[in-house]
Write a protein that binds this ligand. Structure first.
Ligand code: AMP
Length: 465
C-alpha cells in the first residue's frame, strides 16, 4: 500500500447469474478468513454499477435488503484485513470510479511495491487520490491511458505496476480477472450454470456449487463478456512465484491453491517436521486453527497420540472490552484456553505454523505449563520467518521478526520451551511436493522475486498486533 501498510484480502467475481450479488456474498462468506476488517460488493445490471461496502464481517454488513439493492447478473466482492491503523471505510474495496469512459470497480488481493513512486508521479500531473490504497493507482493509470479499448487501458496500467496483484474488475458489460506475471496470490476460475465465477480460493466454489475449471494463469488477463472468455497474455514473462505461505498459514485447509490441497500440504509439513525433529513425548497438540494439519501429520509420523490441548474461541471480533482490573495475558486467553486433562503431567509437543514476533507463542507456552505440562517441545511447520512480506501478507518490520535477530537457541530461551525446532527449507519444499514449481519464499530466505523500490530500508508502520 502507498503508506507502507499491507493487506490480506479475498476476492470473488460472478458473471451471468440471476442472483450475482447473493452468490458473491456467499463466496465472501467462505473467504472471510482472508480478511475481517471490511467487505464490499459491487454489482452491474448492464447499465450501471451498484455498490455497498462497510467495516466489519460479511454476515454483519449484508442483509437481504442490502443485497436487493445490488441488482444485476454480474458482481464482484472483496474482504479486507489490515492492522495498520488505516482502518477506514475509504480504504474498503471494491474500489469504484466513474470516469470519462464509464464506470469501473476493482477488487485487489496483493500489494504493489512501486505504488508510492507511481502515486507521486500521478499527483505531480494533477491526479487527486481519495484513499491510501495502491489499487487506486491502477485506477488512475487506467483513466489516464489514451488507449481506445478497456483491454488496452488495462494492459497500459498493469504494465506499469510491480508486485503482487490478483484482481477482479467489473464494468457495465464485462468481468475481468487477472493475476500478476509472478502469480504471487491465487485466483481460480469456475463454472456456475451458464455463468462464470472467479475467487481467491476453491472453498468459495464448494459453497456456491460452482465447478472448478482452472487457475487464472500468472500474467493472464481474462475478459468475460457476452462473447465468452477471451484470454490475453500481454505481459513480459516472469518466474512463477506463488506464495508458499498460503499453504503454511493463510489459505483455508479445504481449499486447493496453486493446484494442491492446503490440508494435505499441511499434514505433509507435519510429517517432514517429525522426521527432521523427533522427540520423546506423550501427546501432540496443535495451536488451533492453523497448526492443526501439521500437528496431525506430526502425530501420525511420530506415532504419538494427537489431542486438542488448546481450544480456540471462534466468536471474538477485533476488539473486546477488558476489565479495568486487568487480566494477565488477556489477549491470548480470550482466544485460547488449555484443556488441563489433555496436558497435565504430560510431555507435550506443541505444533504451530510459524513464529512471527514470538510474543503470542511465549504466552501460549506459559499457558500450557500452567496447565501442568511436564515438558513443552515446540515444533514449527515452516522455517524461521526472517524477512517481511511485501506482496500481500501482513507481517511486521524485519526488526520485529524475532528470527531475524535471534538464533533458534535464543528463541527457545525467550519462549521458555524445553526444545524448539523449525522445519528446514528443504523439508518445506518436500512437503509441498510440486516438482518444478518455484515459490516465493522471501519471508524465509529474504530473496524477493520483485525488487522492493521504496520500502526497503524504510520503517513500515506497525502492522501486526
Ligand atoms: P507470535 O508468537 O506473536 O509471533 O505469533 C505467532 C502466531 O501468529 C502463530 O500462531 C501464527 O499462526 C500466527 N501468524 C502467522 N502469520 C500471521 C499473519 N500474517 N497474521 C496473523 N497471524 C499470523
Amino acid at each position: 500500500m502507498c503508506r507502507g501498510f499491507h493487506d490480506e484480502c479475498g476476492i470473488v467475481g460472478v458473471y451471468n447469474h440471476p442472483e450475482a450479488s447473493n452468490i458473491v456474498y456467499l463466496g465472501l462468506y467462505a473467504l472471510q478468513h482472508r480478511g475481517q476488517e471490511s467487505a464490499g460488493i459491487v454489482s452491474s445490471d448492464g447499465k450501471r454499477l451498484y455498490s455497498h461496502k462497510d467495516m466489519g464481517l460479511v454476515a454483519d454488513i449484508f442483509t437481504g435488503e442490502i443485497l436487493k439493492r445490488l441488482p444485476g447478473r454480474s458482481a464482484i466482492g472483496h474482504v479486507r484485513y489490515s492492522t495498520s491503523g488505516e482502518s477506514h471505510i475509504r480504504n474498503a474495496q471494491p474500489f469504484v470510479v466513474d470516469y470519462a469512459r464509464g464506470s469501473i470497480a476493482i477488487a485487489h488481493n496483493g500489494n504493489l511495491v512501486n505504488a508510492r513512486i507511481l502515486r507521486d508521479e500521478l499527483e505531480a500531473y494533477g491526479s487527486i487520490f481519495q484513499s491510501d490504497m495502491d489499487t487506486e493507482v491502477i485506477m488512475h493509470l487506467i483513466a489516464s491511458s489514451r488507449d481506445a479499448t478497456l483491454t488496452g487501458r488495462l494492459i497500459h496500467a498493469l504494465t506499469r505496476v510491480r508486485g503482487a496483484y490478483s484482481l477482479v474488475i467489473i464494468t457495465d458489460s464485462c468481468l475481468i480477472a487477472t493475476r500478476d506475471p509472478h502469480g504471487f496470490r491465487p485466483l481460480v476460475l469456475g463454472r456456475l450454470r451458464d455463468g462464470w465465477v472467479v475467487a481467491s480460493e476453491t472453498c468459495a466454489f464448494d459453497l456456491i456449487e460452482a465447478e472448478y475449471v482452472r487457475q487464472i494463469d500468472a500474467g493472464e488477463l481474462l475478459i468475460i463478456d457476452e462473447r465468452g472468455l477471451t484470454s490475453h497474455k500481454p505481459f513480459q514473462k516472469a518466474t512463477y512465484s506463488p506464495c508458499i505461505f498460503e499453504f503454511i498459514y493463510f489459505a483455508r485447509p479445504d481449499s486447493n491453491v496453486f493446484g494442491a490441497n492446503v490440508h494435505t500440504v499441511r499434514k505433509n509439513l507435519g510429517r517432514e517436521l517429525a522426521r527432521e525433529h523427533p522427540v520423546r513425548a506423550d501427546v501432540v497438540i496443535p495451536v488451533p486453527d492453523s497448526g492443526v494439519g501439521a500437528a496431525i501429520g506430526y502425530a501420525e509420523e511420530a506415532g504419538i497420540p494427537f489431542d486438542m490441548g488448546l481450544v480456540r474461541n471462534h466468536y471474538i471480533g477485533r476488539t473486546f472490552i477488558e476489565p479495568q482490573d486487568s487480566i494477565r495475558d488477556f489477549g491470548v486467553k480470550i482466544k485460547l484456553n488449555p484443556v488441563r486433562d489433555v496436558i497435565d503431567g504430560k510431555r507435550v509437543v506443541v505444533v504451530d505454523d510459524s513464529i512471527v514476533r514470538g510474543t503470542t507463542s511465549r504466552k501460549i507456552i506459559k499457558m500450557i505449563r500452567n496447565a501442568g505440562a511436564k515438558e513443552v517441545h515446540l515444533r514449527i511447520s515452516s522455517p524461521p520467518t526472517i524477512a517481511p512480506c511485501f506482496y500481500g501478507i501482513d507481517t511486521p518490520t524485519r526488526d520485529e521478526l524475532i528470527a531475524s535477530k535471534k538464533s533458534v537457541e535464543e528463541i527457545n530461551r525467550f519462549l521458555t520451551t524445553d526444545t524448539l525446532a523449525y522445519l528446514s527449507l528443504e523439508g518445506l519444499y518436500r512437503a509441498v511436493r510440486q516438482a518444478g514449481t518455484s515459490f516465493c519464499d522471501a519471508c524465509f530466505t529474504g530473496r524477493y522475486p520483485v525488487e522492493i523500490p521504496q520500502e526497503r530500508g524504510q520503517p513500515q508502520l506497525i502492522l501486526f498486533k
